[in-house]
Design a protein around this ligand. Sequence first.
Ligand SMILES: [Zn+2]
Ligand SMILES: [Zn+2]
Length: 943
Amino acid sequence: MSRREIEKKITEFWNKEQFFQRSVSERSVDDEYVFYDGPPFATGVPHHGHILGLTSKDVFPRYWTMRGKRVERKWGWDCHGLPVENIAEKELGIKQKNEIEVMGVTKFNEFCRSKVFYFANEWKKTVETMGKWIDFDNSYKTLDTTYMESIWWIFQKLYNEGFIYEGKKILMYCPRCQTPLANSEIQMDNSYKEVTEKTATVGFKIKGREDEYLLAWTTTPWTLIGNVALAINSKLSYAMIDVFGKKFILARDLVEKNFKHFELTKEIPGKELLGLEYEPLYEVPTDEKKGYYVIDGEEGVTSEDGTGIVHMAIYGEFDYQMIRKYNMPIIQHIGKDGSLVLGPKEWIGMWFKKVDREVIDDLYSRGLLVEAKEYTHSYPFCYRCETPLIYNAVDSWFVDIQKIKPKLIQKAQEINWYPENIKEGRFKYILETAPDWSISRNRFWATAIPVWKCECGKIKVIGSIKELKENAVEEISSEVDLHKHIVDGIHLKCDCGKEMTRIPEVLDCWFESGSMPFASKHYPFENKDWLAKNYPADFISEYIAQVRAWFYYMHVIGVLLMDKAPFKNVVVSGTILASDGSKMSKSKKNYTDPNVLFETYGADSMRFYLMSSQLMRAQDLNFLDDNVKEIHKKLMMILSNVKNFYELFASENNVFNDVLSENVLDKWMISRTNELIKNSTKNMDDYNTLGVCKDVLEYVDELSTWFVRRSRNRFKSEDLKEKREAIRTLAYALDSLSKIIAPITPFIAEEIYQALRKTKYEKNVSVHLEDWPKSNEELIDETLHKDMNKVREVISIALEERNKAGVAVRQPLKKVIVSGALIDKKFFDIILDELNVKEVELIEGEFSVTLDTNLTKDLLLEGAARDLMRKLNESRKEMGLTIKDSVVLNVLTESEMLKEMINTFSNDLKKSAQLREINFTPSLASSKEILIQKEKLLFELTK
Ligand SMILES: [Zn+2]
Ligand SMILES: [Zn+2]
């Protein structure tokens, strides 16, 4: 059976016995380990990155369950916002926002609702395939009315406490989606792209001077229509150059760089330019404020590129600050939909990016364009629809981050980050530099903002369905849905007697997911006591881009509501890249479908690979399928083999905690097991799966290539005590190991655990209902570990010697001479047996290992006996015999040497190949012919 087939069987067993439910319900409600599952969108199928998160969020809850905690895990779905709206738009063929208004928000939103769970089944399948335990069917959803009601309550509370305000801000804006985007949305997932476009260097004619121009450079020629000022740096030096009779002013430092062929006629200190008025390039209606003159932009203007003179329109963060500072006219010449609304008549209605070309041609024909050049720079695009973003002044609702900032920073000190450096690094920086949080979206499919306004100027903010009913003009059912298309139809009674109307905006979906600790519990309408007892969460985990997204927003809302950070421990993972280090991309097909990897190697291998990688230390990983294969080979196959070996003896043993053997190999294995338990406990407590995985790999290697291999004869021993000790030690090791690996590789852990028990899969016991093992410090003998390592080193050197001398391991040798290592006698048997020598000789001096390779007649006879044993056992295998079947050996040979050998070693031969008797015969019917030390022998085995 493939790993995948085995894993499927185990999943069925788990489901049948309801082990997940039991692993939660059998733990006390008074001792919870609280875990928040960040809700994913179901608008795509799960990819490698999701699988990483799903694994890490399964491993630690499983571990803490084994530590005795009650760990409730409820799946969550992020249902709102642009990811869903964009799918709906695509399917409905919507190109512009107003088409949604034309078709009706109700129809659009209901279509969105129908698309939210489009891939939910794919997720369910993946979660099950991975062996992840979570309550999937009773998931919370951000579109639940209970969830949205909590959001309203949170909004109202923050509004009443003065943490939410309405204002105008310059924000990155998508003219296609017609909504501002949050900073984090632009920072996430590579919104910036390299673009090459035409830039313009343009002369602005100075008023009252003959042919004198101020020279400005822009990467966005369309913004020139809305120009209201030119900013210089009064500390810089400027110069005038002569270009075919026209005089242009620019920063002195940039003359050589860009205009070295033209004559420099005069130098001008920057401050002499301040206040100079110029003629607008385009006539557009403005308010009465004064514009079109030179202002001081100070450090915001440099002489690094361009001309050292910056053209100012509202479409830039710095520009807008300056325009506000100097109280200049605000010209918004681009409409909400990205088309030109002010400027030359023939361009009105044109898409703003198309205006670039028109402006360049027009200024050229008017003799104002000095240069138009291709320029490559990075520019932000909408992460959903890939439209180039613009800065725009928009009305928006904000969370007043500046007001709460000192507290956000202070409360963040309570959080433990894994890796640690994020605490004082990235997260602190994000908090310190955070702008106010724009939480309103001019969109459709999300929780409606619960704000109603009246003509008289009054504002009412609603915090619950009950309150809505009490204040509504219309009759409202208790099952009212809080989406825009429903609540827009509800009006409130104003004190002035008129009706209040809801504002059109909906909430940022990060406000929803950031409120998850409360809204998923319908707090404070339900679970008030529970939350008081179980806030903050013990653990959360997501990939690094969520530091400035979900982690940050959850922190803001948590601190605002509870005056306490919402999580105690946070594991931050890195980003999974394709094998060549590029971004994984569906269209480039540069990665293997995770389902194929699950089919080929099983989920355990994938889980172990991810948990053993630097991803768990927030570093990126080039994902290599070969490494999953390697773990399959090095861990899963080896563990299966050890387990299969044990199963040969499983019926003879039912004891898994016997640690009393005096045998040195047993003592060593028991000691190593306790060391593994001790270290793994510490590592898991530190959320360090890398450490656990590294130790497990080493341990499994020692268990299989040393302990089991060196103990094979004891397992077959007729000395029952010796045999029992070996079996029980292996049982102890496997039983402990199954518990240690249970959180990371839950399937093979279960498989081993069941294999140890005679009730295999029949009784409703599972490794995942077990307690985490406790290490017994008294059983850890570090000297023994060191000694055993030395013994293994001696053996490996000696085997190399044998190899060099060309003597097969089957051929016994006289002795091994070890110099400069104090090896205790108790290890001699291991060395003698492993090296197939008769004697260990210790001498003092420099450390060295020498084999005596002289062969005596006795040694040669013994070597011949070993050869024969091997052939006999090969034959047994071919005949399909098991350890229990005894046989008769019939031999025919002329060789005196071989006859002597058989007579001398008849007992050993009988034991090794389970022979009842050995007969020399003059003839053989169906026999095998072999050569031993170049002499001929025929033999036959009969039952
Ligand atoms: Zn967009
Ligand atoms: Zn009113």
